[in-house]
Design a protein around this ligand. Structure first.
Ligand code: NAD
Length: 356
């Protein structure tokens, strides 16, 4: 793998590698862009099969954070970090968290860490014992669990999709939610409160049961696949890479709008296929920006009402991207163009100032 070449192709500014002999920590931090501001993005703990796989993931995720922040009109750049676990399910420790915090500190604020898969508010607090450049803890750092804001933002994005499709409001809808975890459960709750029928699925059966018992959702039986169901909205809220050649031909939904990151296996190819099939896809980094808005907002000193207004603004942003997509091959490409315009704006201003 030629890392510098990959950085050139995707426009990454900085990638740092670290191994800590005392704790065994192996980690990578990638800063994709600081054009709009310091790069905020979560730390993922994952048992990658190889270092190459970890590098690929951190480069892809950090680039996505640049677009997410830009599209949400936040003065923040995009970054991400990964911790390479020795085995799946490896329990986090304070020593590991503190070692990661020291690594984050070496970036002196250019990179600001937060939660991601495998990282809890407690882990963020352990990191915060060594660096100020971390959001998402509850005691040492601030922000806590961003999932309520992520779910709310996706719900707002759904409203824009429905208006774009000329579809009637929630009480007449059937919505499928894949993944009943932190974000999926809260999204299902919002949909139920708005009057929709909600069908859920989760590989972790107790999480699915909770949605049935507490929210009155219906569960997909073992013999059925949620992605094959006739739905108004499909909300992937579990893993990435769930929409590709193996799943898209079977879809019977009108709209896709969920919390999962990187839903499309290949954003260009699969975004275009969805558009050709007449399925409205709300680009993931537009729809699921609520959590980032919350943590970045607190970092930037925004008030709760300013943060709420920005999360509400996801509806407007989704509408704008869907409108622009009418003259583009896909909503996924329209969303990247939309974000890139925001990133290029400061350069255009700087160029104008230089010209005097
Ligand atoms: P989570 O771990 O709390 O929940 C994920 C759920 O998905 C779990 O209950 C898990 O059992 C289930 N699941 C895993 N594989 C599945 C499968 N194949 N089929 C059905 N269910 C499956 O995670 P979360 O915080 O809710 O995040 C979900 C997605 O949203 C992730 O892709 C994450 O990157 C993205 N996201 C989360 C946030 C946030 O604020 N937490 C913000 C932006 C994006």
């Amino acid at each position: 793998m030629d890392i510098l070449k990959l950085m050139q192709v995707h426009g990454h500014e900085l990638v740092g590698f670290h191994q800590d002999p005392a704790t065994g920590l192996r980690a990578i931090i990638a800063v994709h862009s600081t054009v709009l501001g310091n790069a905020l993005g979560g730390t993922r703990r994952w048992a990658y099969a190889s270092t190459d796989e970890a590098v690929t993931d951190v480069l892809r995720l950090s680039e996505g954070m640049t677009y997410k922040a830009a599209a949400a009109d936040l003065p923040m750049g995009g970054g991400k970090s990964v911790i390479i676990l020795d085995k799946p399910g490896q329990q986090p420790t304070e020593a590991e968290g503190r070692a990661m915090g020291r690594f984050v500190e070496t970036f002196r604020g250019t990179y600001i860490a937060a939660e991601d898969v495998g990282v809890s508010p407690q882990f963020c607090d352990w990191m915060a014992m060594e660096t100020r450049h971390i959001m998402g803890g509850e005691n040492v750092s601030t922000g806590g669990d961003p999932s309520p804001f992520t779910a709310r933002g996706v719900f707002n994005s759904m409203k824009a999709c429905l208006a774009h499709a000329g579809m009637s409001d929630f009480p007449s809808l059937t919505i499928g939610v894949q993944g009943c975890g932190a974000t999926g459960f809260k999204l299902a709750k919002l949909c139920r409160e708005a009057g929709a029928a909600v069908i859920v699925t989760d590989v972790h059966v107790p999480s699915m049961k909770r949605c049935v018992e507490e929210l009155g959702c219906m569960a997909v039986g073992n013999d059925r696949n949620l992605f094959h169901e006739k739905l108004d909205i499909l909300a992937p809220c579990a893993l990435g890479a769930v929409l590709g050649p193996e799943t898209i031909p079977h879809l019977r939904c009108r709209i896709i709008c969920g919390t999962a990151n990187n839903m499309l296996v290949d954003p260009v190819r699969d975004g275009r296929v969805l558009q050709q099939r007449g399925i409205i896809y709300s680009p993931d980094f537009i729809a699921n920006a609520g959590g980032l808005i919350r943590l970045a907002g607190l970092y930037l000193g925004m008030t709760e009402s300013q943060i709420d207004a920005k999360v509400a603004g996801i509806e407007q942003t989704t509408s704008e991207v869907l409108r622009e997509a009418a003259t583009r091959p896909s909503t996924a490409e329209a969303a990247i163009e939309y974000a890139k315009r925001r990133i290029q704006r400061p350069k255009a201003k700087a160029a104008a100032a230089t010209r005097g």
